[in-house]
Design a protein around this ligand. Structure first.
Ligand code: ADP
Ligand code: MG
Length: 187
């Protein structure tokens, strides 16, 4: 099965949306240097959070049952993110407590051949914005030091997008959204 880092992070973002959060934050930082090339993701929500038992089950590869996503070949979710990060020289961290939301971070070594391709930030941001639920989403994007590519550092808020586009549920606004998100990468 072919998948991208964007697929993995979209799934983690969906968990944030399903947690009942008012605010979901998604940040993508790509940092290139002589020492290492790394991409770092963070998804933070202020939803219901997880107790220790829920967190243990959620990160255990054997509890992915495929029931909720019956057409998927592999249950994505946290176990898949963890496995992918660990198999490619990356890492992960989760902080959560009941009523305190959750913060999931994962990082990947962009020089490791076992790291799946990223895909792109505009595509992942568009997917995130299309999830129904949180009143606000804060999307942050950083890229530093990439060969022949400009440095980037920008933020997008769901409420601003909705103000500008009116809604996100017709084809025309989704096209405008795609073009707008794409334009932010071409500063
Ligand atoms: N951000 C989160 N906030 C609260 N609970 C979460 C969060 N992320 C994961 N969970 C818990 O972990 C479970 C497993 O997550 P996941 O592996 O993505 O599978 P799924 O979302 O299909 O249930 C969820 O059903 C939920 O109980
Ligand atoms: Mg999930």
């Amino acid at each position: 099965m072919h998948f991208t880092l964007s697929d993995l992070i979209a799934d983690i973002t969906q968990n944030g949306v399903e947690s009942g959060a008012e605010l979901v934050e998604l940040s993508i930082e790509e940092i290139y240097s002589q020492k290492k090339d790394e991409i770092h993701f963070m998804v933070r929500d202020n939803g219901k959070g997880m107790d220790e038992e829920t967190l243990r089950r959620a990160t255990d590869p054997f509890t992915t049952d495929g029931v909720k996503h019956p057409r998927r070949k592999v249950g994505l979710g946290l176990p898949f993110l963890i496995q992918t990060a660990e198999q490619s020289g990356g890492g992960w961290n989760i902080e959560s407590a009941p009523g305190k939301g959750a913060t999931v971070t994962a990082w990947f070594d962009l020089r490791n051949i076992d790291t799946p391709p990223f895909e792109d930030a505009p595509g992942l941001f568009r997917t995130a914005l299309m999830f129904d639920g949180p009143r606000e989403m804060l999307l942050r994007r950083v890229r530093k030091g990439a060969n022949n590519l400009p440095d980037l550092d920008y933020e997008v808020r769901k409420t601003e997008i909705l103000d500008a586009l009116g809604s996100l549920d017709d084809a025309e606004s989704l096209i405008l959204l795609r073009d707008y998100l794409q334009s932010l990468e071409e500063e």
